[in-house]
Design a protein around this ligand. Structure first.
Ligand code: DAK
Length: 258
């Protein structure tokens, strides 16, 4: 792969979008490689993923405007589908994905971060949906995920005005969970991913599924989703060990993902 780098450290996978000269803008090749890298992650050993961009200026400055500018209607639809498919793959990826937003997260970049489970960012991060200034709507789920994450009022303000917000405001409105100095961002992302990876993997995956599925249905159905996933944890080796360790007043001897 030319534009995506992958590294595994213990149980954590690190996916880096590596097209810094174009501020990591998403062209077809980046989207294809992003799709490929998520398909290739070994879910037997990787328990959490950190997604970030190369360099200190940009996470992803949006979909590639140069590539989009000449698309026909059919090609525009195909490009949109390519992006939506990979973003949805990340959103539904069986294990948690943390976006470490290291600078600009504009348009498709903001949307990519929102397809991740958790967002943290550097203090120079800038979020925004500038699409209406380009004559288009957000197209990789921006109108949907932003409104769900920060509420319709603030999402509408950001989308209609195409006004960017800085890291402190992104934190204030709940778009990111934490803001760190740029130099500390990756360490903090890896620390969080490592903490997640140290917990029972089957239970963590079930939590992701329960939250994602439960949010799509009413509360009566949502608690049934949770009950079923809760039930599935029983008699796993990790449930037996987790509870045994508590009762024996000792630390868990490493969860096995079984
Ligand atoms: N696409 C392509 N190239 C980009 C880019 C982008 N989005 N953003 C930056 N670059 C390139 C610049 O062209 C420049 O390339 P060279 O001229 O050096 O060859 C290089 O990155 C450095 O950028 P700047 O020189 O502009 O750097 P500055 O620090 O001055 O400014 C900036 C940084 C992020 C403020 C500025 O680059 C900027 O405004 N970039 C565009 C941001 C933007 O508007 N992003 C949203 C793109 S629209 C849909 C699907 C998807 C989408 C829509 C619909 N459907 C399915 C319907 C998604 C839309 C978008 O994401």
């Amino acid at each position: 792969m030319e534009m995506i780098k992958f590294e595994q450290r213990d149980h954590v996978g690190i996916v880096t979008i590596d097209r810094p000269k174009a501020l990591n803008a998403l062209n077809s090749q980046v989207l294809d490689e992003l799709n490929e890298v998520f398909d290739s992650i070994d879910l037997n050993t990787v328990r959490a993923v950190v997604l970030t961009g190369s360099g200190e200026k940009s996470f992803v400055a949006g979909a590639d405007i140069g590539e989009m500018s000449n698309l026909s209607v059919e090609e525009g639809e195909a490009f949109g589908k390519k992006g939506n498919d990979v973003f949805r793959k990340i959103e539904l990826f069986p294990i948690p994905v943390i976006a470490a937003v290291n600078g600009f997260a504009l348009g498709g970049g903001c949307e990519l971060s929102m397809s991740c489970d958790i967002r943290i960012c550097s203090d120079n991060a800038v979020f925004g949906q500038p699409e209406v200034g380009l004559g288009i709507t957000p197209g990789f789920g921006g109108t949907q995920r932003l409104a769900r994450l920060i509420g319709p009022g603030k999402a509408k303000e950001m989308i209609y005005s195409a006004k960017n917000i800085k890291a402190d405001e992104a934190y204030r409105v709940g778009l990111v969970n934490n803001v760190y100095p740029q130099a500390e961002l990756m360490d903090e992302a890896l620390k969080l991913a490592g903490k997640i990876a140290s917990n029972a993997p089957i239970a963590v995956r079930a939590c992701k599924e329960a939250i994602n599925e439960g949010l799509q249905v009413d509360m009566d159905k949502a608690i049934v989703v949770e009950e079923k996933l809760f039930g599935k944890c029983f008699k796993t080796e990790d449930q037996i060990e987790g509870m045994k360790a508590f009762l024996e007043k000792r630390k868990v001897e490493g969860f096995k993902n079984k």
